[in-house]
Design a binder for this molecule. Structure first.
Ligand code: PSU
Ligand code: MN
Length: 300
């Protein structure tokens, strides 16, 4: 594992650091915009007051904090693969390039001593999981990884209530940031309530401290931050594109780890870029908030 010098210095000094995932760059956002957006997300973390540490595997090495050349590899290298926790070792051993999901990013972040992580949407229980058993390793990994994940909830391509039930079972807490509704990524409200609302980074930091005191900091914690009202996708457009996308995925026989990237791409094409604009806006919002929370929680 190679930790970028700027990240290493910040960690040693107790200054705030925020981890960022890379699957969103390689598989979640279309080329050629993805590289520019990846840089913007890092800038949003800095705007929030923390050092960004984008995580990926480059030429077999797990990297925590990417220089520009590495970020470009993740964005443009045609051989880049989506790697969850179980695939990290295989891609490392064959000296490959791997983009890390929420699960593998959380794993490596915790290993590097980073406690706050920003992304767009969490993986979860897929629709039809009762037959397919398709549940993201994001959930089980968070159940045993000491990290706060700032996200805009989960996308409605998933089974949202089942995902919330699984988070409960797995001891992963969910805090609503200035909301008592669970956000649905492109939409502010996925249709389900939340019990724990927080209204400031200081309030989140207080929860993080209490977790340490009580020994519940070995589980992950989700900070659900809804997309800004002005960036939200039109609900009717959303519902139409979601229905057609689910049908198209089934028709094309898309399965397993390809489902999420397929549906993301479907949204971006079918909404003529509206979902992409929303996606970028919400990730940047999460990155800034994560920076603020890390700053509020940092020892100095
Ligand atoms: N949700 C999004 N955008 C994404 C992902 C999820 O809105 O890019 C990515 C994340 O990297 C997440 C992964 O960890 O998809 C989940 O994939 P799977 O369902 O195959 O575990
Ligand atoms: Mn899956």
């Amino acid at each position: 594992m190679l930790i970028h010098p700027e990240v290493q210095e910040a960690l040693e000094a107790g200054r705030p650091v925020v981890a960022l995932e890379s699957t969103i760059i390689s598989h979640g956002l279309p080329r050629p915009d993805n590289l520019r957006i990846a840089r913007e997300i890092e800038q949003s973390v800095r705007d929030g007051g923390a050092v960004p540490a984008t995580i990926a595997v480059v030429d077999g090495q797990a990297r925590v904090g990417l220089d520009d050349a590495a970020l470009e590899r993740v964005a443009n290298d045609p051989s880049v693969v989506k790697v969850s926790v179980r695939e990290l070792a295989a891609v490392a051993a064959r000296r490959g390039v791997g983009a890390t999901t929420v699960a593998s990013t959380a794993h490596l972040a915790a290993r590097a001593g980073i406690g706050v992580f920003a992304t767009g949407g969490l993986g979860g229980v897929h629709r039809g999981a009762a037959e397919s058993w398709d549940e993201s390793a994001d959930l089980t990994t968070l159940s045993r990884t000491p990290v706060l994940v700032v996200c805009a909830g989960v996308k409605s391509i998933l089974d949202v209530p089942a995902t919330l039930e699984r988070l409960e079972t797995l001891n992963v807490g969910v805090l609503g940031y200035r909301t008592d509704r669970f956000p649905g990524f492109y939409l502010r409200d996925a249709g389900y309530g939340l019990d724990w609302r927080v209204d400031s980074p200081a309030e989140v930091a207080a929860v993080l401290r209490a977790r340490t005191d009580l020994g519940t900091d070995r589980y992950g914690l989700v900070l659900a931050n809804p997309i800004a009202p002005e960036d939200e996708l039109d609900r009717d457009l959303h519902d139409t594109v979601l229905a057609s996308g689910l049908k198209a995925a089934e028709h094309a026989g898309v399965r397993g780890k390809d489902v999420t990237p397929f549906l993301l791409d479907w949204f971006h094409r079918e909404t003529h870029g509206a979902s992409l604009a929303a996606n970028v806006a919400l990730v940047r919002g999460n990155a800034t908030l994560a920076g603020e929370v890390a700053a509020a929680h940092a020892t100095r």
